[in-house]
Design a protein around this ligand. Structure first.
Ligand code: BTN
Length: 264
């Protein structure tokens, strides 16, 4: 059964200083990222959160679709008005780390980050992030971090069933989406501050939670799967993937160039 998001419960539970204080709720939209891309600049603040109970055209990375059962999960976008467009891929991974931090705190402890934008539990996808920016010349006018997190959904279509899970399935109980969002925003606010401060430890903290770290992995380069295996050395401060070849060359790749497939 689909339960509408309870805005009063969300407002009562919010513990952040600024993130999510401006909150927009829509029962249905094509895509929360798409909506905020087109919204007038004066129509939202730095740190506005837009949540939809149902997206009819939810989008993912690499032109994939994001399908989520109505009223069961969290599908939302956070809008930022940052002063610089540097290190945006790192920001995406900061929020992925934020998700794992929140999940640890609420007792769902096995989550991992899959570089460059997924969150997994027991190797299955539970969440994904899509960061998009609107630039005015060299300066980002707005940065939109879209997050889809499977919370209470119990079954997934045949095609994705083996690869997807939800927090309720992994943790054995349903969660209040409003309370979970408040917890997430608290971690995101802290991590956003660490990101703006260029904290060196951030990269280590992310690598500590990255799926496949230190393992020999297969990869597809520019869309083609290679036979060669690489040792995955995590990501660097630009959020590029760092790989060691069998010939002992260290190579870096952006998320546009490479996709990695850990053996597990
Ligand atoms: C991925 O796994 O490739 C990223 C999925 C991102 C989905 C979220 S749901 C909220 C926001 N609106 C969208 O259309 N996409 C993101």
């Amino acid at each position: 059964m689909s339960t509408p998001f309870d805005i009063d419960r969300y407002r009562a539970g919010l513990r952040t200083r600024w993130l999510g204080a401006d909150f927009i709720y829509k029962s249905e939209l094509p895509s929360t990222n798409g909506y905020l891309k087109k919204l007038d600049y004066s129509g939202f603040d730095h740190g506005t959160v837009l949540l939809a109970d149902h997206q009819t055209k939810g989008r993912g990375q690499y032109d994939r679709v994001w399908v989520s059962e109505k009223g069961q999960n969290l599908t939302f976008t956070i809008a930022f008005k940052p002063s610089s467009g540097d290190r945006l891929p790192l920001l995406t991974l900061c929020f992925a780390l934020g998700i794992t931090t929140t999940l640890d705190r609420i007792g769902i402890e096995r989550s991992m980050i899959k570089w460059p934008n997924d969150v997994l539990i027991d190797g299955k996808k539970v969440g994904g992030l899509l960061t998009e920016s609107v630039f005015l010349g060299q300066r980002p006018e707005r940065v939109l971090v879209g997050i889809g997190l499977n919370v209470n959904q119990q079954s997934f279509g045949k095609d994705v069933g083996k690869e997807a899970t939800s927090l309720a399935k992994a943790g054995g109980k349903k969660l209040h989406r409003e309370d979970l969002l408040c917890e997430l925003l608290q971690d995101f606010e802290h991590l956003y501050t660490r990101w703006t401060r260029h904290e060196k430890e951030l990269c280590k903290d992310i690598n500590n939670r990255i799926y496949g770290f230190g393992e020999w992995v297969k990869a597809s380069m520019n869309g083609t799967v290679t036979d060669e295996e690489y040792k995955f050395l995590g990501m660097n401060e630009k959020a590029e993937c760092v790989m060691l070849s069998k010939q002992l060359d260290v190579k870096t790749f952006s998320y546009e160039q490479i996709r990695i497939f850990p053996r597990r």
